[in-house]
Design a protein around this ligand. Sequence first.
Ligand SMILES: C[S@@+](CC[C@H](N)C(=O)[O-])C[C@H]1O[C@@H](n2cnc3c(N)ncnc32)[C@H](O)[C@@H]1O
Length: 216
Amino acid sequence: MRDEWTGYLLEGYGSAEFRPGSRVLDVGCGRGEELARLERSQVAVGMDVSHESVAHCRSRGLKVLRGKAEAIPLRTGSMDGLFCKVVIPYTDEARALCEIGRVLKTGGTGHLCYHGVGYYLRYLLLDRSWKRRFYGLRSILNTWFYAITNRRLPWFWGDTIYQSRRRLARHYGRSGLELFKETQAKSFLGFPVFIYHSIRRVRPDADSLELVEAAS
Ligand SMILES: C[S@@+](CC[C@H](N)C(=O)[O-])C[C@H]1O[C@@H](n2cnc3c(N)ncnc32)[C@H](O)[C@@H]1O
């Protein structure tokens, strides 16, 4: 995995950017690799939808909650910082980003990593396995369907979407978030493979999910 994605994946992205002692949430913390790093200098808590990931993190002594990025089980404005690495492609991105805006304090920052279209184009055009080529194709089709209808395709067709800078800018605007840094990584045929965004909560009052629903 590491060789295949060298240059595309930025190791340790954003980890050192929070002030010591900050309250930091890792949304979609998986098996807790980043969370363990964050815990050394932050008051860190993880969250993941997967029972297995949550149990694994707890067995490592990490603080973790089970929940969905679209409905984060934390108070509004309770986090100084947030980390979210390759999770949004599996969520309803508009709702998840709205929730990220809600739990961050005004001035709080987040470091997020998304899949760009280049991620799925690599699968579609380069992979030896037809199964993975098909995965690349259906993820691209599913994203177009989502962008038009705000819904995913049914069953496994709808499992992943890529993010575009244009859609992200729209979600940030609605969620009281501002992009203050994009870290460049290697692209594929000129298309982003991973998109690295650092965002800040700028509006004091969190927009509610109703706003996202009204706009969809
Ligand atoms: C590709 S893994 C990334 C894990 C971790 N962030 C990392 O970088 O190692 C995606 C993670 O997102 C979690 N996930 C998927 N959908 C989610 C959702 N709706 N809410 C919260 N977590 C979700 C999965 O369970 C999985 O642990």
